[in-house]
Design a protein around this ligand. Structure first.
Ligand code: NAP
Length: 311
């Protein structure tokens, strides 16, 4: 019963595009938007950004949930049916777009384009010699699926790269640090910091007055994890004090960012509207189908979330 139907629920993703991408690979699978789902018991697999407004209670035959996001912070885990496997979505397009964003932001700060843009507006010409990559080590916070790819690409471009995560991840050519006890050494190791951490109770507010204050003067912050990683007032204060030279922020504590947000008045800070990474139905459909088949076969899903760990 219902083996060929996928329940779809999202206010930001297109059910038609997802239906077409899945059907192109598996004509026997139908993606059904929750608004058109007349028989909740017919569904054994859900593909969702957020559950339908009434929750998942009526869908009592679900065997697994596939998140439409790489993170699961949009979901209140306590409201999901207990014990149901939950997978996050990692697709090659997402990884590539995240890596592109990180590389663009690193170069923007490294080559001083942020300063040149400001000087140009002020009609100022201030020649300077190009910097050397050896003087601009990049520290990647979070060495998971996305952070690992970011660290390796930036290394391949010739920057010295360091990385920090909860557990130790040896990566060729990258100096890695692990756990809170090695955080101070990591903070001293770089000048450009790229945050791609999971957001948990342990990483919320990790970019704060103390940690950013411990970075070398002139450091730059690139946040493409979640807005909750950054204490925004602390960054504004450290930028005004001249300790942090600049920031590129794709994720903010409140999105959309209110028009009167102080970051819009600080030329050193570039805010982008949560555009770093995108999931594309066509490249992600094979992963969703694989997880559908795994759920039906009762085997472990790909990219399974550990509820105890929170990511
Ligand atoms: P992931 O594979 O789960 O990796 C998360 C990383 O965070 C891991 O390296 C993990 O360490 C580390 N971490 C977790 N708790 C930690 C702690 N207490 N101390 C130190 N490190 C800790 O996640 P991902 O798929 O790479 O995604 C990373 C982030 O990108 C998420 O926040 C996601 O929401 C965000 N994201 C943003 C966009 C965007 O458009 N801006 C798009 C997609 C995703 P271990 O490896 O030791 O477990």
């Amino acid at each position: 019963m219902g083996a060929g139907k996928i329940l779809f629920s999202s206010d930001i993703d297109d059910p038609v595009a997802w239906g077409a991408a899945v059907r192109a690979l598996r004509p026997d699978l139908e993606v059904v938007d929750w608004r058109a789902a007349a028989e909740p018991e017919a569904f054994e697999f859900a593909l969702l950004w957020k559950p339908p407004p009434g929750g998942l209670g009526p869908y009592r035959n679900l065997k697994a949930i596939q998140s439409l996001g790489a993170g699961i912070n949009q979901l209140d885990l306590s409201t999901l049916p207990p014990g149901l496997p939950l997978a996050r979505l990692i697709d090659p397009h997402l990884t590539e777009t995240m890596v592109d964003y990180a590389v663009t932001a690193v170069y923007r700060h490294f080559r001083g384009f942020d300063r040149f843009e400001r000087q140009g507006r002020e009609r100022r010409w201030a020649h300077e010699e190009p910097p050397t990559k050896a003087d601009f080590p990049v520290g990647v916070m979070g060495l998971g699926v996305l952070g690992g790819a970011v660290a390796q690409r930036i290394r391949a471009l010739g920057f010295p790269v360091t990385g920090w995560s909860r557990s130790r991840h040896p990566i060729d050519g990258i100096e890695v640090f692990a756990g809170r006890e090695e955080l101070p050494a990591f903070l001293a190791s770089a000048r450009g910091f790229v945050c791609v951490l999971a957001l948990t109770e342990h990483t919320a507010g990790i970019l704060n007055r103390e940690t950013m204050g411990a970075m070398r003067p002139g450091s730059c912050i690139i946040n493409m994890g979640r807005g909750g990683h950054l204490v925004e007032g602390d960054l504004a204060a450290l930028v005004r004090a001249g300790h942090i030279a600049g920031a590129t922020l794709d994720v903010l504590s409140q999105e959309p960012v209110p028009a009167d947000h102080p970051f819009y008045d600080l030329p050193e800070i570039l805010v982008t509207p949560h555009v770093a990474g995108g999931i594309a139905p066509r490249s992600a459909a094979p992963i969703v189908i694989e997880n559908f088949d795994r759920a039906m076969a009762g085997t472990p899903l790909l990219n399974l979330v550990d509820p105890a760990r929170g990511y």
